[in-house]
Design a protein around this ligand. Structure first.
Ligand code: ADP
Ligand code: MG
Length: 787
């Protein structure tokens, strides 16, 4: 099979600076053959943390994408070549590595706001489905899977139930190793995706599940690895050879490190990963870079096990080092670059993944047998039944006996080209050899006596030979059984795969027609819509039985107004409306063009009929060429061409609309989730102030989140670094303003709440109190934003 040897390609991408961030000093030099990134460490840093005499660091990359590089450019130069290899039957991997906040998710999945910000995954899906559609020489099947690895546990993000409130609710994925040391992921669903739209829906389903399962406690987005995999199999019609390839698109955990204890005299390389599995990844990479190293410690972590082929194995692998080049992150960026330089040394050997489909093989062999039978019948002139008749058997007995008695050395036994007859003759001869008396009754007894001794020896010899043959047969039968079992296993596996690939039932339908209804304006309806149309939010539904209380809804309205994400939603709504109008316009154009084409067609047919009639009535004037018809044809071709152009534009627009809708859905869910966290924290805070009054079992479940966020507040130093937490999002930071409010930190209960008439029902009381408290905060917030 074809094989491609290649080192891992390593690219760098520098994230744009934010406002108020101090730029680190670096430069990009387009040297030959590879560009280099030069980082200068400022004195103050060099004297302290990086206690190293060097101040200028230089790193080589395949290509360096500086701050202004856009997503489409990255896709074209990084992902497209890999996607092409995957379409040809090779495995591919693209992984993003870098500290939290450096742009891994932005690069792999994309930004949450603009269509043009979509990342490598949606662009690759789009490209792959386009290519598949163009290639009619093969039959393609595509599946996707989405795995999240957190704390050495795997989770299936494509769980369609939408019920996971916590990561632990997602189906657990485990690693299994077969006897050939191949890795299999048990419980990871492979969902079939036949169109770009279906695949995109699955991507968003996974991202939503990921978002919902994240809590401030687990910080999943920075501490987990996410692997989105596109599985492609292809086959030429009629061929039994299947090509199977996988494309892993990997968003790794944040690579941030902590320095070893003890200040001074420590090199950066001694800094320890916060994420243990990245430590194991580094060990694998160090081992791979060493010459003559036979043992590579893939098994130390789930992530390195899953990505084993991508690292030094059968895969075309690409790494993107994401860098945040502001001053405070220079040290982490240098670590990232160092890691990248090691990765660039790793050689992979990608082979064409071809295999024989056992089902098709059986069909093929059956056909071949039938063909051969037919051919045989043709040659012998006889149609065969499987068994010889009694008459034929007797005839053969006689032939064999005559042959045995014949003393002529030239005599031969001719039964014709029929394996069954030949076999039977041997069988009969064996019978005669074993029981010469009965078989050879007519033979002279004295003659028999003479040859008895001789025959005895011969018999022993033959018996030995027979024993030998029996052994051989036994061995062959055992081998055959093994082969058969293998084939069956493969079949089973195949069946299992196709059984597991149910198309999602709950994936939102995105056809243009359906989504054309105008966006709902009534805010109350919208709030309800969140809990019905959108995947149900578990936290909410558990606390309120699936519905928001009125007070909660009201709070949500205010929260929404204040939340930066709603601006995004509004922006996108406008954009969506624009796109709809454009699509409508294009749709009309398409209709027009179609009508024109049909009209021209009719005209051509009319013309042909006229000419045919003319030819009948006036045969001598028959014309071979009709300029009028030709003209009509040219016109029609032109119309068709413009139809195609408009259509492809229309199609692109449709994809964009679908993408925007999914983005909006995601932002809405995030908004609701943020609200929930905020709401329960407010409630919780109130309970902490008045613990003797309210005991609610429900709000107790969120206490760890609260603890976590208050810790975050007290050490709120990272606000302008990119080492982010879930509160990195500026919108969420806005919410924190209320928490930071010093008046709220003093834990005296508001006097008004003590005079509230309580119902005695602890649940209802908790709701009322939480509501009042939340209301006060909202009022404060509103007051603040009005100042
Ligand atoms: P990571 O996944 O590495 O933690 P993110 O991709 O979430 O980092 O990026 C952090 C923030 O920076 C996000 O708000 C993201 O939109 C923004 N960002 C990252 N890279 C870029 C870029 N190249 N252009 C614009 N914004 C970016
Ligand atoms: Mg991320």
């Amino acid at each position: 099979a074809a094989m491609v040897k290649e080192t891992i390609r390593v690219y760098a991408r520098v994230k744009p600076l934010r406002r108020r961030q101090q730029a680190g000093s670096y430069s990009v030099d387009d040297e030959e053959p590879l560009p280099s990134l030069e980082i200068t460490v400022p004195r103050d840093l060099a004297d302290g943390f990086i206690n190293n005499k060097r101040e200028i660091y230089k790193f080589k990359f395949q290509k360096i994408f500086d701050q202004e590089a856009k997503q489409d450019v990255l896709f074209d130069s990084i992902a497209k070549p890999v996607a092409e290899c995957v379409l040809a039957g090779y495995n591919g991997t693209i992984f993003a590595y870098g500290q939290t906040g450096s742009g891994k998710t932005f690069t792999i999945t994309g930004g949450a706001e603009r269509y043009s910000d979509r990342g490598i995954i949606p662009r690759t899906l789009s490209y792959i489905f386009d290519q598949l559609q163009k290639d009619s020489s093969k039959v393609y099947t595509t599946h996707v899977s989405y795995l999240e690895i957190y704390n050495e546990c795997g989770y299936d993000l494509l769980d369609p139930r939408h019920e996971a409130a916590r990561m632990e609710d997602l189906p657990k994925v485990t690693i299994m190793e077969d006897s050939d040391q191949n890795i299999h992921l048990k419980n990871l669903s492979l969902q079939q995706a036949t169109t770009e739209e279906e695949a995109l829906n699955l991507l968003f389903l996974g991202d939503t599940n990921r978002m919902i399962a994240e809590t401030p406690m687990n910080q999943a987005s920075s501490r987990s690895h996410c692997i989105f995999t596109i599985h492609i199999s292809s086959k030429e019609p009629g061929s039994a050879t299947i090509r199977r390839s996988k494309l892993h698109l990997v968003d790794l955990a944040g690579s941030e490190r902590v320095a070893k204890t003890g200040i001074g005299g420590h090199l950066l390389t001694e800094a320890k990963y916060i994420n243990l599995s990245l430590h194991y990844l580094e060990q694998v990479i160090i081992a791979l870079a060493e010459k003559n190293r036979s043992h590579i410690p893939y098994r130390n972590s789930m992530m390195t096990s899953v990505l084993r082929d991508s690292l030094g194995g059968n895969c075309m692998t690409t790494m993107i080092a994401t860098l945040a080049m502001d001053k405070r992150n220079i040290d982490e960026s240098i670590s990232t670059c160092r890691f990248a330089q090691r990765v660039a040394l790793i050689k992979n050997e990608a082979v064409l993944n071809e295999e024989i489909d056992p089902r098709l093989m059986i069909v093929q062999l059956k056909n071949e047998i039938q063909d051969l039978k037919d051919e045989l019948a043709l040659v012998t002139g006889k149609q065969r039944t499987s068994e010889l008749s009694q008459e034929e058997l007797l005839q053969l007995d006689e032939l064999v006996e005559t042959f045995l008695k014949d003393n002529d050395p030239d005599s031969s036994l001719d039964v014709g080209p029929d394996m069954r007859k030949i076999k039977y003759c041997f069988f009969h001869m064996k019978q005669i050899m074993n029981c010469p008396v009965t078989a050879d009754k007519k033979q002279d007894i004295s003659e028999q006596k003479n040859s008895n001794k001789e025959a005895g020896e011969e018999l022993e010899k033959l018996k030995g030979l027979l024993q030998q043959r029996d052994n051989e047969i036994n061995i062959l039968v055992a081998m055959l059984k093994q082969e058969k079992k293998k084939a069956q296993d493969a079949l089973l596996q195949l069946n299992a795969t196709s059984a597991g690939s149910k198309v999602l039932e709950q994936s939102p339908s995105m056809s243009l027609e359906e989504s054309q209804s105008p966006p709902r304006c009534s805010s109350q309806k919208e709030a309800k819509g969140f809990s019905s149309s959108v995947p149900r939010l578990p936290l909410l539904s558990r606390e309120t039985g699936g519905k928001m209380s009125l007070g909660c809804q009201e709070a949500f309205e205010v929260f929404k107004r204040d939340h930066a994400d709603s601006i995004t939603i509004e922006d996108n709504k406008h954009l969506l409306k624009q796109r709809f109008d454009e699509a409508k316009c294009l749709g009309e154009k398409l209709n027009e063009a179609r009508n024109k084409i049909n009209h021209l067609k009719r005209k051509i047919v009319q013309r042909q009929i006229q000419r045919a009639a003319l030819a009948v009535s006036n045969p001598s004037e028959e014309q071979m060429f009709d300029p009028v018809e030709d003209n009509l044809r040219i016109q029609m071709e032109e119309e068709k061409k413009s139809y195609k152009t408009v259509y492809s534009h229309f199609k692109g627009l449709k994809v964009e609309i679908e993408h925007l809708q999914l983005l909006m859905e995601k932002v809405k869910i995030k908004l609701l989730k943020d609200f929930e966290v905020w709401w329960s924290e407010e409630a919780k805070k109130f309970q902490q102030e008045k613990p003797e009054m309210v005991t609610s079992p429900n709000t107790g479940t969120v206490s760890p989140q609260f603890t976590r966020s208050s810790q975050h507040l007290s050490t709120n130093s990272s606000s302008d670094t990119t080492r982010d937490s879930p509160y990195e999002d500026p919108a969420v930071k806005n919410n924190l303003i209320t928490f930071n409010n010093p008046t709220l930190k003093t834990r005296t209960p508001p006097s008004s709440s003590t005079s509230v008439p309580l119902t005695g029902d602890s649940q209802a009381d908790a709701d009322i109190l939480a509501f009042i408290k939340a209301r006060q905060n909202i009022l404060q917030k509103i007051g603040k934003s009005c100042q």
